[in-house]
Write a protein that binds this ligand. Structure first.
Ligand code: PLP
Length: 454
């Protein structure tokens, strides 16, 4: 158990010894971090006893909500039975076998194998190595460039951040590494101009074809994209985009990688984002909802075409000590069984997802300064804009978004600001009543933001 302390004591110790990810330590320490101590369902509690609606499911990952005892029990039993053994050197163990078989059952039919990791970033590092190894094993070592997109997020390791298209991340650490290039993101609201969303979807996809022709298909290993860009601001491509991307990848013989770290495990109301958009990737990085965040675990689903080559080309010299950690695997399997057996993904598709989206629309579609109210399943966003009639954003992106995010935070609702887009991805177990409560609170907070701007 943790030592009981006052909030101030926690904050002082935290400031003295803990460097936070993606944070400016100076401003964080002046403010004092919020100390989160407990979670139940769609809510978390802080050390002051405040009850907070978690509109972000942690970091887009607590799909099952907090406090599921079955997952704690799975971890406890597995720790007693076998807390660790590796899966290197011709060994395996039951939790990894069960999880792998379950993933083969739940993922699209081309996936019958998984390579396990500890995070989404490691999964994306793995796809870089795997895609290059796949082509090299077939006598094409030069076919190694990966094409990604501006404003994509694929993790924070050197490989993941290079695949990502966040310029502020590239600016630290001399990224991207060689052999990774970026094309336009399919963001109709900003880049679509006079084109209809469908016309623009084709245009954005054809930027991939242009890049492949520029580089030479014989030099390009793969294209990677999130079905819906999450950390980039919930950017939902037009319906024409993914089918055209798939055509281009097939025609030029380029592997297609769908980063399902956020979209996977029910977030879109389908098990995987590629199923929502109707395309069939060769590789699928997964993490987050795989264990609903109860344990750090990720993986790469490997399609049959790639798996056949990998399995016939000797050692793949890659792996982490904790690839297929038994406790994480046992918890992930327990999580997936609950998602499946309680029909949680179907409920998001047929009931709570459409309800949530309609509620966001009703709340903000007619607001004078909010536009592009968008979403799929349990992913949603809306954007503060200067002039709706011209799709004109405010001059200092992030300024209003941050004010609004802080007001949400003060009112005990967690949402995220990406520029001036307010983003939400609640636990998939959120009920209609809880949706009503969350959106009523968001409406009040938007009102307070308007007052703050006046
Ligand atoms: N890929 C996507 C699409 C993500 O959203 C994230 C994290 O947000 C990652 C990869 C990286 O995952 P992790 O933070 O587990 O390394």
């Amino acid at each position: 158990m943790n030592t009981p302390r006052t909030t101030q004591a926690w904050q002082a110790l935290d400031a003295a010894h803990h460097l936070h990810p993606f944070s400016d330590a100076h401003s964080l320490n002046q403010l004092g971090s919020r100390v989160v101590v407990r979670g139940e369902g769609v809510r978390i509690w802080d050390s002051e006893g405040q009850c907070i609606i978690d509109g972000m499911a942690g970091l887009w990952c607590v799909n099952l909500g907090y406090g599921r005892k079955e997952l704690a029990e799975a971890a406890y039993q597995q720790m007693l039975e076998l807390p660790f053994y590796n899966t290197f050197f011709k060994t395996t163990h039951p939790p990894v076998i069960e999880l792998s078989a379950l993933l083969a059952e739940l993922t699209p039919p081309q996936f019958n194998h998984v390579f396990l990791t500890n995070s989404g970033s490691e999964s994306n590092d793995t796809v870089i190595r795997m895609a290059r190894h796949f082509w090299a094993a077939q006598g094409q070592p030069q076919k190694k460039t990966l094409i990604s997109r501006i404003n994509a997020y694929h993790g924070s390791t050197i490989g993941g951040a290079s695949l990502g298209g966040m310029s502020y991340m590239h600016a630290q650490g001399d990224l991207p590494i060689p052999g990774i290039v970026h094309i336009e993101q399919p963001y109709w609201y900003v880049n679509g101009g006079e084109l209809s969303p469908e016309e623009y979807g084709l245009k954005a996809a054809r930027a991939l074809e242009a890049k492949i022709l520029e580089l030479g298909a014989e030099n390009v290993a793969a294209f990677i994209g999130e079905p819906i860009q999450g950390a980039g601001g919930v950017i939902i491509p037009p319906s024409t985009y993914w089918p055209e991307i798939q055509r281009i990848c097939r025609e030029h013989d380029i592997l297609l990688i769908s980063d399902e770290v956020i979209c996977g495990f029910g977030r879109t109301g389908r098990w995987f984002g590629c199923e929502y958009f109707g395309f069939a990737p060769d590789l699928m990085p997964i993490a987050k909802g795989l264990s609903s965040g109860y344990q750090p675990i990720g993986g790469v689903m490997v399609g049959d075409r790639v798996a056949q080559v990998l399995m016939n080309s000797g050692d793949f010299n890659h792996g982490m000590t904790y690839s297929g950690h038994p406790v994480a695997a046992a918890v992930a399997a327990a999580n997936l069984k609950i998602l499946r057996d309680e029909g949680i993904v179907d409920r998001v598709r047929d009931d709570t997802g459409p309800y949530l989206q309609k509620k966001w629309q009703d709340a903000f579609a007619d607001h004078p300064h909010l536009d592009d109210v968008r979403g799929v399943g349990f992913l949603a966003a809306f954007t503060w804009v200067k002039d709706k009639s011209r799709r004109e954003l405010f001059a200092n992106p992030g300024e209003i978004g941050t004010i609004c995010r802080d007001i949400f935070f003060k009112n005990n609702l967690i949402m995220r600001a990406v520029g001036d887009s307010m983003v939400s991805a609640p636990p998939l177990v959120m009920t209609r009543t809880e949706i009503d409560e969350m959106i009523a609170l968001a409406v009040r907070c938007v009102g307070q933001t308007m007052d703050a701007l006046a």
